[in-house]
Ligand binder design. Structure first.
Ligand SMILES: Cc1cc2nc3c(=O)[nH]c(=O)nc-3n(C[C@H](O)[C@H](O)[C@H](O)COP(=O)(O)OP(=O)(O)OC[C@H]3O[C@@H](n4cnc5c(N)ncnc54)[C@H](O)[C@@H]3O)c2cc1C
Length: 300
């Protein structure tokens, strides 16, 4: 069902797009349209947009769409895009950094390193935003986003911003339970003193490791499945002989079995069906039920 027509005040400074394809806003480069897409001008403008958005209109958030599959029938309601919008980044105090939700994880990693703070180097290779990293507790190479969070700023449907401490959230592996109807607009990261050159060199090494093990330069969403306790999803998929398996335009990466690539104009349905098929085969052959890490959203 198409969302009712909404009247927004002319004072909004962001970009409002109707019936806008989300393929350009997700790293899988596929997916249907959002009824309304909003790219806020800044935090105040986002707050004004939320105040104007009728309560009944469903609201979805996207950062860089690097962990999200948008179904082909698109998304009902409004989608807020933070990338390129909420982009303030500053050292507030020694080794304390405030990063808005639309700042890229890579930018935050480099900024922290350059200010002589250590801890966030792992973020350099995560192709998402700070908001997405907070929502997913993104991590790799032993690092995890929430290990460095002191507090976060959230916004609600009324456009009200509040600062919440760490213990308002239930944080687990690639999962964060947050108050309903609140979204992240900034994170406050508490780091420790480091050696700038070492941090920058660690970042270079981590990126090189990634290039060697992941299908860089392809349209994908990173790891599709969460690693089950004591196991690796990629190894289980590989053991079932699924590397290179194709469905429509989607295929399992031959470089990393937990990656699905949009190889040839895959639809979101191709990808979702391939995810389901991999899950069923792995469960049948190994007895392990894989759970998707990617967020699958939109009209079914
Ligand atoms: C090549 C590649 C490698 C990757 N490697 C890793 C890795 O090593 N480790 C890892 O953890 N992930 C990895 N990922 C997955 C992804 O980059 C991370 O999960 C990232 O944190 C997602 O950020 P995003 O901005 O793209 O989120 P999106 O995909 O835009 O959103 C993800 C989820 O977060 C929600 N969300 C987004 N912004 C907000 C907000 N401001 N407030 C509340 N909710 C929000 C969305 O609604 C959605 O549910 C990889 C992805 C790719 C493509």
């Amino acid at each position: 069902m198409m969302t009712q027509s909404i009247e927004f005040p002319p004072t909004l400074r962001g970009q409002l797009l109707k019936n806008q394809s989300l393929a350009d806003y997700t790293s899988w480069r596929t997916g249907g349209p959002a009824d309304y897409l909003y790219l806020p001008a800044d935090l105040n403008d986002l707050s004004a947009f939320l105040q104007a958005l009728p309560e009944a209109v469903p609201l979805t958030w996207l950062g860089l769409g690097s962990n999200t599959l948008v179904r082909d029938k698109g998304i009902e309601g409004a989608v807020v895009i933070t990338q390129g919008a909420l982009k303030q980044l500053a050292e507030m105090d020694r080794h304390k950094i405030r990063a808005e939700a639309g700042v890229s994880a890579a930018q935050l990693a480099r900024f922290a390193a350059r200010t002589g703070s250590t801890g966030l180097e792992f973020m350099a290779g995560i192709p998402g935003t700070v908001g997405g990293a907070l929502a997913m507790n993104a991590g790799c190479f032993g690092g995890e986003t929430w290990r460095f969070v002191e507090s976060v700023e959230t916004i609600n449907r009324k456009g009200e911003i509040r600062i919440r401490p760490l213990n308002d959230f239930k944080v687990a592996y690639r999962k964060v339970a947050r108050p309903l109807d609140e979204w992240f607009v900034a994170g406050h990261f508490a780091l420790v003193s480091g050696d700038k050159e070492k941090s920058l060199s660690d970042i270079r090494n981590l990126l090189e490791k990634r290039n060697n093990s992941q299908p860089t330069g392809t349209a994908n969403c990173g790891s599709v499945f969460r690693n089950p306790e004591g196991n690796f999803a990629g190894q289980l998929i590989e053991r079932c002989g699924l590397k290179g398996k194709r469905l429509g335009g989607a295929s399992v990466s031959t470089k990393h079995a937990n990656f699905i690539i949009n190889e040839n104009q895959a639809t979101a349905t191709d990808i979702e069906n391939l995810i389901a098929e991999i899950g069923a085969i792995v469960e049948k052959e190994t007895g392990v039920r894989l759970m998707p890490e990617v967020c699958i959203i939109g009209r079914s």
